[in-house]
Design a protein around this ligand. Structure first.
Ligand code: DUC
Ligand code: ZN
Ligand code: ZN
Length: 464
């Protein structure tokens, strides 16, 4: 009779205290032992020459979001979570958008109905507050946070989503009293609208002008303001999708004043630039996301901030739309004017291989930093630790086995998302997560899905 269900043998296991060649044993979906020469199990997975890491947690993913104007998001929960799993993730956190004038609870119910029984990895939900009424902040938010929806995103841009400063303050204040985590999208909406109008008047309508209407200064100013408002309320905040050195400096300055700030960046700010938006035949629309990719200097600053710990989180901001599709980037209005191109790019399956290859394999970050930036820090920030994001006794057996020898050229054809392109087409990467375990079940083996069932669960969270 075996003691364990599964042993992953001889891999280099990364734990909070030690990275070494060891075995890891699983019993009843949890990590049951880590050490040398463990014995015995019904399933033994040989991980010689491979890294055994906590499954990735991507805490910034958009799935199944309804949009107006006939636009359809390219991933539902099934395709988005399957793509996540193939890319080394065992959990994603996606967003429930409150409709203006609508109920936050209703939004949560709607997203649960969309996700129900169709997730290939674990899922949890952030709340997006677009209408912070007394009812929403005083009644719905407290009961939702208590029920495990412990994080809120607010937008400073997009008419219809943005909050004004007084609304931001009252939302931050409510979050503070509940210990909920607040994520902020920092871009100055009024500055962007002013620039969009100027561009329209000058007939500057091509995708590349998306970047010039959302300049660094608009992001820097909003980042500064979000940090100041959080300081006034005395609440920690997460600055999401930071794209450049000036916004990074704002975070560093706030930290120097003793503020509790979490910084997040994404692959588009390390691997793309605004020049990608200047493609032939409107191809630049494939790269339209907000904030936009910047320049080489901004890329270097983002790498530096990943290395020196200014960034805690590396997320995908997967927000997929098909390109060649009337319901996607090339919708009838979008093919004539950048301002109608839906914002967002796919990336949930490529986030980890890109950072592993360019970060770990090229010596820019350590394996331990990789684990922190892609899994542990997400679990800590969003109330999942130590159940998730770490290989230690008692934690969920959510595990990615990485083979650093595998070379892959990223192509649309190999990916599992619902988009019809990848912005990272042709990128060469070294290393891939070849075997994935979710709650102790081997769901991907040698890059092939061997478990057809949707084994992902909805996970309620503590406060971060
Ligand atoms: N903000 C996001 O966080 N994701 C996609 C689009 C956007 O503006
Ligand atoms: Zn955002
Ligand atoms: Zn996003």
């Amino acid at each position: 009779m075996s003691i364990y269900d599964t042993i992953i043998a001889n891999g280099t296991v990364v734990t909070p205290t030690l990275t070494a060649q060891m075995d890891l044993a699983i019993k009843d979906g949890k990590i049951a032992a880590i050490g040398k020469d463990l014995d015995s199990a019904e399933n033994v997975i040989d991980a010689t020459d491979c890294y055994v890491l906590p499954g990735g947690i991507d805490s910034h993913v958009h799935l199944a979001q309804p949009s107006g104007d006939g636009i359809v998001m390219a991933d539902d929960f099934a395709s988005g979570t399957l793509a996540a799993l193939h890319g080394g993730n065992t959990m994603i956190l996606s967003f429930c958008f409150q409709e203006k004038g609508g109920s936050l609870r209703q939004a949560v119910n709607d997203y649960h109905a969309r996700a129900n029984d169709s997730c290939y990895c674990d899922v949890s939900f952030h709340l997006v507050v677009t209408d912070p009424t007394a009812q929403v902040l005083g009644q719905e938010l407290p009961s939702l946070v208590a029920a495990g929806y412990s994080s809120v995103k607010i937008f400073m841009t997009y008419e219809g989503l943005r909050l004004y400063d007084d609304e931001i303050l009252s939302t931050l204040d409510a979050a503070r009293s509940l210990n909920a985590t607040v994520m902020v999208h920092c871009e100055n909406e009024d500055a962007i609208r002013f620039l969009v109008e100027k561009h329209q008047a000058a007939n500057k309508l091509a995708p590349k002008y998306h970047a010039t209407t959302r300049p660094v200064a608009a992001e820097r100013e909003a980042t500064h303001r979000a940090l100041a408002l959080a300081e006034i309320v005395d609440v920690p905040i997460v600055i999401v999708h930071v794209s450049n050195e000036q916004a990074i400096e704002e975070i560093s300055r706030a930290r120097a004043r003793g503020r509790n700030v979490v910084g997040e960046t994404c692959p588009q700010y390390l691997f793309l630039t605004a020049e990608d938006l200047d493609g032939m035949d409107w191809e630049g629309a494939k790269f339209i996301c907000s904030p936009p990719p910047r320049d080489k200097q901004a890329q270097e600053a983002c790498w530096q901030a990943l290395q020196d710990g200014t960034f805690d989180l590396f997320s995908s901001d997967h927000c997929p739309f098909r390109y060649d599709d009337p319901a996607g980037k090339l919708n009838p209005k979008g093919r004539t004017n950048f301002k109608w191109v839906p914002n967002g790019i796919p990336g949930v399956e490529t986030r980890l291989p890109l950072l592993f290859s360019e970060g770990v394999m090229k010596g820019r970050i350590s394996l331990e930093q990789f684990v922190g930036l892609t899994s542990t820090n997400h679990a800590k920030t969003y109330g999942l630790y130590p159940r998730k994001g770490v290989l230690q006794l008692g934690s969920d057996a959510d595990i990615a086995i990485w083979d650093p020898r595998i070379e892959t050229v990223i192509t649309q054809q190999m990916l599992h998302h619902g988009a019809d392109y990848t912005p990272f087409e042709g990128f060469k990467v070294q290393g891939w997560p070849t075997t994935m375990l979710l709650g102790g079940n081997t769901v991907i083996r040698e890059r092939r899905q061997i478990e057809p069932k949707c084994l992902g669960n909805y996970i309620a969270r503590n406060v971060g």
